[in-house]
Design a protein. Sequence first.
Length: 197
Amino acid sequence: MKLCPTPGWDDLRITSFAPRTSAPVQANFTAVPATYEVQSWEFANNGTERGLNGVTQVPHAWYYQQTPIYMHLHMSTTGALAAGAQPGFFVSVLIQKIGQSLAAAYNPASPYWVGMTVPVGGYGAQTHIMADEVAIPATYFGLSAMIMVYVFRKKGTLLATVNAGNVTENVNDVLWLHELDFHVQTGRYGSNGINTP
C-alpha cells in the first residue's frame, strides 16, 4: 500500500535572468562583508525602463488544473522606507502550454503589478521584502507549460495592469530584485502532495 503526504505548496523560482536593452546592472547589494559580495539586480532610481527576461516551467508535481499559481517576488531597497510606500515591479507574463501555438498562448496586453504596501513602522535599509501574491488562474497553465516573464521598472509612468488597475510606481530609491517566484500546489508522487495510484 502506498501512503501519500497531505497536499503542500512548493516554490517555482526564477533566479536567472537575461537583461533587456535598457538593463539594470548586477552589482553589490552591500559591501559588508567585503570578502563575499552579495549579487543582486539593481534598478536605478529614475524613469528609464529597465527590465529582465526570465523563463521557467510548470512542474509535473503541480496539482493539475485545480489551484491557481501565485506569483510574487523578493526584493530590497537601498535605503529605509516609510509606512505606506509601495515598492514593487511590473511583470509581463506569457504562458505557453505544450502543443499550443504562440498566438494562442496567454499573453495579456498589460503587465501585472507585483508589489506590496509597507506596514506600520516602515522598513530599515536593505530589508528583505516579499511582495504580495498575485493569483494567475489554473486554466492558463498545463503540465510542463512554459512561463516566460519580463520584470521591469518604469518609475513615474502610469501603466494599466491586469490585477491592480492603473499603477504609478514612485518609490524614491534604488530597487533590488532578488527573485521572481511562483507558489504552486503540488499533488503527485515524488512531491509533497496527493495523487491517485
